[in-house]
Design a protein around this ligand. Structure first.
Ligand code: ZN
Length: 280
């Protein structure tokens, strides 16, 4: 199943993609997709629904982030060996964990807002997992059973704020619109092997990132198990799992985004995003 949220920011409605690719409004079945509702029961409810009897969303509806009221938005740094190399960092021995503010989440095609005075805005195509069952000391072999679904994420980053202003990466990862998430929340049964998905990102139509989740250093299952030893993960929490090579920081010389530039990114089975950078 492909879950989607549509409507204006803050008043999105839950939807499901039908067999013709149209969005069906499922708000008569579930209030929204969030910590209170993401569960195995919700999957059963949606699977049993007669979508042909439900209203279609307007054809021009904005798409929102795939989940609302996110508690934790966790990210993994340098999780692709070739990306670690391009940034000059050593291969991590344990996952590098940082937070993004949940308020950075936005729709997949929303404008990305350039922070005031920002000179080092960068892109990162990533696979995100959305938790569907509480994780507290989950073993790696059981970890993927705790995933509700997967979504495409752009881990938008401001490299000066991240690395040159002291303290933790969260400062460079958290501005509004630094977390486009969607268009769909895809249930694992539709994905097959989550560790073999092709991914790409273009800037102004030029290919910058090409990768595959097969080259992750720590698998999605390993990451969830690892995190669950340090914190409890709850339904609706989002974990974005790192980016392949080709970010602006890794170029010689580094190349950063300016107002008016566009990003286009995608992961096999998870859809595509398109954003334009807009100055605040
Ligand atoms: Zn990232």
């Amino acid at each position: 199943m492909k879950l989607i949220r549509f409507g204006n920011p803050g008043s999105e409605r839950p939807g499901l993609i039908d067999t013709d690719g149209a969005i069906r409004d499922v708000s008569s079945l579930v209030a929204d997709y969030g910590p209170e509702t993401l569960s195995p029961d919700l999957k059963n409810t949606l699977q049993a629904a007669d979508l042909s009897a439900l209203p279609k969303a307007p054809g021009d509806a904005r798409i929102g982030p795939v989940v609302a009221r996110v508690g934790h938005f966790i990210a993994i740094g340098l999780n692709y060996a070739d990306h670690a190399a391009e940034t000059g960092a050593a291969i991590p021995e344990e996952p590098i964990v940082f937070s993004k503010a949940p308020s950075s989440l936005c729709g997949p095609d929303d404008d990305v807002l350039l922070p005031k005075g920002s000179q080092k805005l960068d892109w990162e195509v990533e696979l995100a997992a959305v938790i569907g069952k509480r994780c507290d000391y989950v073993e790696e072999k059981d970890a993927l059973d705790h995933v509700f679904g997967y979504a495409l994420c752009n881990d938008v980053s401001e490299r000066e704020y991240q690395a040159e202003r002291g303290g933790q990466w969260i400062k460079g990862k958290s501005a509004p619109t630094f977390g486009p998430l969607g268009p769909w929340l895809v249930t694992p049964d539709e994905i097959g092997d989550v560790q073999n998905l092709a991914m790409f990102l273009d800037v102004n139509g030029e290919r910058m990132q090409t990768g595959n989740t097969s080259t992750m250093i720590f698998s999605v299952a390993a990451i969830i198990s690892y995190l669950s030893r340090f914190m409890v993960l709850e339904p609706g929490d989002v974990i974005t799992t790192g980016t392949p090579p080709g970010v602006g920081l890794g170029m010689k010389p580094p190349r950063f985004l300016k107002a008016g530039e566009t990003m286009h990114l995608g992961i096999e089975g998870l859809g595509e995003q398109r954003q334009t950078v807009v100055a605040r």
